[in-house]
Design a binder for this molecule. Structure first.
Ligand code: N01
Length: 546
């Protein structure tokens, strides 16, 4: 592979492409765009590559997709040269991986770090976008790729007295780079989603006392992490292209059960088998890989009764792990279907509540009243804390886009257009009124519900192919019609309505952010379908695009 290609950028040049974000999407976008001969610059407000893994460096952070799948497929060299040490890579190992790829292809030289893009404005006279940074400078480009991530804009908090806390405050999504030592401290954690579930056992081991403030309990299953079996890794490497091919044909990503690579959906209903057979299957899933319950039976995400059989299985597991029955009941979700919020992968999470130095405070019926100078106040009681950790989630899917002032044709603003009825995109890739501006893992794409890196690679290839088609004619622009957009919104809703997801308040539905329109934020029709639809969109170009 020729790594010497560099973009042809000189100061003041109009660029072909600007990429926002240096996570896995931005890295591959820059690589691919550069390979195709476009001039390109990338920006990231982080200090280095890594995106989500640059920011979320809290203790216990690790991916919950198999490492051998959560990796780039574009480079057979990287596939062969890199070896994973853990089945579900930890955040430090993931950063080492992205560093390895960035070095191998010299990607950093075309990224500007510690730079936030504040506004992106389209000129109808030049057909160029102007991007302004928080340093006050600007750059112009014909194409913009927003590789800004689905879970990168932290949820804004409005606890009364938030700024009055006199101890140390930590946000998991902006964790310090230097080690944090909680030993001897009274620590509070707000939030028990995937992040809290990973973090809490680590803090409990060192804190003098840990108080967990839980509003909604999560369903968490064993992470089933372990060192990668070298023989298994060799087997994957020997057939990587085939593994990726089969994964791309799977509905919602691949499944590796007990180091067996299996893809595809189960054909059996949970309600069609005996209770004993079902229990045995759930037990096998429970012990094999973190998310295999999703693939146990074909109706666990679509039929409430089938779903309830999984939920009851997990509830019994939680009861068995937690010594104090009253604490166990607080930790057991009863009000929503399992897997309609993202399932959490845990390592020692439930056992943490058996420790003498850990207490659980439910803030469901009695919300946090205030953050005070000395701690947190709930139902009139003051919890004194030295440190307070916020694991409170993200303005998922749309937040990273709407945080930028994006102005398209006729002064149209993305933030305003999405404020009332939710995001409007075609295929999660583009929006009407915003020509030549592309999203990777954008709102209403299968992101969040499919192997993230594979989806990003697919979308970036689609985007770059469109840019190539337009390259020879500088006047050409591309944007979807409003009709195509509307059809996509309806298709995404129909796909979601076939599942139980819309019944639960989750970030999939935008429901974790007060005031955000409650609509499905992701396409649930499966990746195979999605690939066909993206191909059809091109074939129907004259119909779906302006
Ligand atoms: O965020 P979340 P997350 N008062 O939104 C609580 C991915 N991820 O960062 O549910 C009190 O899930 C909130 O309570 P409630 C993964 O896709 C992956 O944990 O709104 N509590 C909830 O408990 C995941 O789904 C990995 O009632 C408040 C928590 O904060 C996604 O990121 C690891 C509150 C937020 O949970 C997001 O996970 C980590 C308030 N005012 C993350 N506001 C892996 O790969 C919020 N909360 C393993």
């Amino acid at each position: 592979m020729d790594t010497s290609k560099s973009s042809r950028v000189k100061p003041g040049d109009d660029l072909d492409v600007v990429i926002v974000g240096a996570g896995f999407s931005g890295l591959y976008a820059l690589y691919h765009v550069r390979e195709m001969g476009f001039s390109v610059l990338g920006y990231d407000d982080g200090g280095d590559v890594g995106g989500t893994w640059y920011w979320n460096r809290y203790p216990g952070a690790r991916v919950d997709n198999e490492s051998v799948e959560y990796s780039f497929s574009f480079s057979p060299e990287v596939e062969q040269e890199w070896s994973w040490s853990e089945r579900y890579a930890s955040q430090p190992e993931l950063l080492r991986y992205f560093d390895f790829v960035a070095n191998k292809y010299d990607l950093r030289k075309d990224f500007q770090f510690n730079t936030q893009i504040k506004s992106v404005t389209f000129s109808e006279s030049t057909n160029l976008w102007t991007l302004r940074t928080d340093h006050g400078d600007a750059v112009s480009a014909r194409f913009v790729i927003l590789a800004t991530g689905i879970l990168s804009a932290p949820k804004q908090l409005d606890f009364p007295g938030l700024d009055t806390f006199g101890g140390n405050s930590y946000y998991t999504s902006r964790w310090p780079h230097e080690p944090v030592d909680f030993s001897g401290q009274g620590v509070g954690v707000i939030g028990t989603g995937s992040t809290g579930v990973q973090l809490i056992p680590h803090v409990a081991k060192v804190a003098r006392h840990l108080t967990v403030f839980q509003r909604t309990p999560s369903y968490a299953v064993p992470a089933c992490n372990r060192p990668v079996d070298p023989e298994f890794q060799d087997r994957v490497k020997a057939q990587y292209a085939e593994v990726r091919r089969r994964e791309s044909l799977a509905f919602q990503g691949g499944v590796i059960k007990n180091d067996e690579i299996t893809f595809g959906l189960p054909q059996t209903s949970a309600l069609s088998v005996s209770a004993e057979e079902r229990e045995a299957e759930y037990e096998r899933c429970w012990n094999s890989a973190n998310f295999t319950l999703y693939w146990s039976y074909n109706d666990v995400l679509t039929d409430r009764a089938a779903n309830e059989t999984v939920a009851e299985f997990v509830r019994a597991k939680i009861r068995a792990k937690v010594d104090d029955p009253a604490v166990a009941e607080l930790l057991i979700p009863t009000e929503y279907a399992i897997m309609t919020k993202r399932l959490c992968a845990e390592i020692g999470y439930y056992e943490t509540y058996n420790r003498d130095n850990v207490s659980l405070v439910s803030v469901k019926d009695t919300p946090i009243e205030a953050i005070t100078h000395t701690g947190v106040q709930v139902a009139g009681r003051k919890y004194e804390l030295d440190s307070l950790i916020f694991a409170t989630g993200f303005d998922a899917m749309t937040g990273a886009v709407t945080n930028i002032d994006i102005e398209g044709r006729e002064g149209r603003q993305i933030r305003e257009e999405w404020a009332t009825h939710g995001p409007r995109t075609y295929l999660g890739l583009m929006s009407n009124g915003f020509p030549n501006l592309f999203y990777v893992s954008g709102p209403s794409s299968p992101a969040a519900l499919f192997a993230p890196i594979m989806l990003a690679e697919f979308q970036i290839r689609w985007i770059v192919a469109r840019m190539q088609e337009m390259h020879s004619d500088p006047k050409r622009t591309l944007e979807p019609t409003t009709a195509a957009e509307q059809r996509w919104i309806e298709q995404s809703k129909e796909a979601a309505d076939r599942t139980l997801l819309p019944q639960t308040d989750s970030w999939y539905m935008g429901a974790n952010i007060p005031g955000k329109p409650r609509v499905i934020q992701a396409y649930m029709g499966g990746f195979v379908n999605y690939q066909h639809l993206c191909a059809d969109a091109v074939a129907n170009g004259s119909k779906d695009f302006v």
